[in-house]
Design a protein around this ligand. Structure first.
Ligand SMILES: [Zn+2]
Length: 247
């Protein structure tokens, strides 16, 4: 059994060179793979195509058991419309979406203007609901799906946001999502085998210098995500889009 992930997007909200933060997490047992998508920036199928090309060719929307949504900022969630429409029209099933209640609460407000109406065969408008596209499963502390056990904690960010610990195959992947540096949250995340952590500017993000000042053995298990384009970290390894990382 193995737990690994592909970094599909490693950029921040203003990135000109990289996609928004997005991970494809794989649990593999023998020949059987199960996949979780962590966040969903636009254009998600292009992220999947380019990010998987060298390490998991053919990975596409239909490969995933579920999407886990950390929050509704566009660099993490702008692909939700395409994700929902692709499930309905191409896959003809609902998209399973796992989210904290505080994140799920605003999901349809976010999507209704563009997904709330469809024309039927007579070109008559038909009102659509969130449930027509998504099977939303809310969870506060943890949820299980297939081989995955997903734990959540809320973060310090502009809008409701969750950090994650994803357990499968006896390993644990931590993901800070977007957050100011929160010592208690960090301690919880740092119990993982590998921790993907943001580093960015402003009061709702974690300064790189804070992470770079951590002990070497802690830094060794961190991989950076959502850092600015022109930033070159020297003390912590950054994630690279299209690379697979074993947890
Ligand atoms: Zn954010």
């Amino acid at each position: 059994m193995t737990l690994s992930f592909i970094a599909l997007g490693t950029g921040d909200a203003f990135s000109a060179k990289r996609y928004g933060a997005c991970l494809a997490v794989e649990h593999r047992e023998g020949d059987t793979s199960r996949w979780l998508l962590i966040d969903c920036p636009h254009p998600i199928r292009k992220l999947l195509h380019e990010g998987s090309r060298e390490v998991a060719p053919g990975l596409d929307v239909g490969s995933f058991d579920a999407l886990v949504l950390t929050h509704l900022h566009a660099d993490h969630a702008s692909g939700l419309e395409g994700w929902g429409f692709f499930h309905r029209f191409a896959l003809q099933k609902k998209a399973t979406l796992l989210a904290h209640p505080s994140v799920a609460r605003d999901l349809w407000t976010h999507l209704q203007p563009s997904m709330g109406w469809l024309l039927d065969a007579r070109r008559e408008p038909v009102a659509m609901t969130e449930e027509d596209y998504f099977d939303v499963r809310t969870f506060v502390d943890e949820i299980e799906l297939g081989p995955f056990r997903i734990e959540a904690r809320t973060t310090w960010h502009h809008i409701p946001t969750i950090a994650l610990c994803i357990h499968a195959g006896g390993r644990c992947l931590g993901y800070s999502a977007d957050t100011a540096f929160d010592p208690a949250l960090f301690e919880w995340l740092a119990a993982s085998d590998l921790l993907v952590h943001e580093a960015n500017l402003g009061p709702a993000h974690t300064p790189y210098a804070t992470l770079a000042a951590l002990p070497a053995d802690v830094r060794a298990k961190i991989r950076l995500i959502a850092f600015p384009d022109d930033f070159v970290p020297d003390a912590i390894e950054p994630l690279r889009e299209g690379a697979r990382v074993e947890v």
